[in-house]
Design a protein around this ligand. Structure first.
Ligand code: ZN
Length: 245
């Protein structure tokens, strides 16, 4: 039987600790890599309202709205399925403050679909302001959902209009195509992205909002409220670094 003197035992034990430590670090690194989400054939990236109207220089600019575009392009390259949305209002739309004499943007009114925030005129059909941003590079996108085209019904959500029940058709489209997990990016976090994410949950889809690929308007605490509402609805809040893209 081989015996070790104390000094040798300490040396061997110390070496074992080093190996064990390296193993733990390697395991942690592996687990971290394995935990990253790799977009699959049943996942869809929903790129919400990345239009001229919602970036600096547009009619309803979201602060740093254009800063997300390179990241959105990079994420989109890893998704087989991408759907874009486009806010698309007729002139004199019911969400425009200018439609109501004496009303100003960011006041609210009551419409049959519920309380409506009034906005500056924005994303009017056929205008350059309503076009998708020229720096978007997602040529493989399979569908563009236009929304907000009914004169007196707005639609923040890509799934249901402002009454919460008039469908845009996106639920049926995703179901027919067998797409079950929706990843959201775009503008604005607290309105069209947030409402779309919650409606995705309502329709039975898994929903992830990739936070650093969104920007919010944040009027009167609307951004914090949107996150509370989204998380309450089971929406998952992730960063682009959580994705294997
Ligand atoms: Zn709008």
């Amino acid at each position: 039987m081989k015996t070790y003197d104390r000094r040798e035992f300490v040396r061997i034990a110390a070496a074992s600790v080093v190996v064990a430590g390296m193993g733990a670090r390697a395991t942690a690194a592996f687990a971290q890599a394995a935990a990253k989400i790799k977009p699959s054939a049943t996942d869809v990236l929903l790129v919400v309202d990345v239009q001229n109207c919602f970036v600096p220089g547009g009619t309803l600019p979201v602060k740093e709205g254009d800063a997300i575009i390179p990241l959105v392009n990079r994420i989109a390259r890893s998704f087989q399925h991408v759907v874009l949305t486009q806010d698309w209002h007729p002139p004199g739309h019911g969400s425009f403050a200018s439609t109501y004499p004496g009303k100003r943007p960011f006041e609210t009114i009551s419409l049959s679909s519920g309380t409506q925030v009034l906005w500056p005129d924005h994303c009017v059909q056929g205008t350059p302001d309503a076009e998708l941003h020229k720096d978007l590079r997602i040529t493989h996108a399979e569908l563009i959902i236009r929304k907000g085209y009914r004169k007196f019904m707005d639609s923040y959500s890509a799934f249901y209009e402002a009454d919460g029940k008039t469908p845009t058709g996106l639920v049926g489209y995703l179901r027919e195509r067998g797409l079950t997990q929706v990843f959201l990016v775009g503008l604005a976090t607290d309105y069209c992205v947030g409402w779309s994410a919650m409606d995705a949950r309502k329709a039975g889809f898994t929903a992830f909002v990739i936070e650093d690929a969104t920007r919010g308007i944040d009027t009167d605490g609307s951004l914090a409220k949107a996150w509370t509402d989204m998380l309450g609805a089971g929406v998952r809040r992730i960063q682009s670094s959580d994705l294997d893209v």
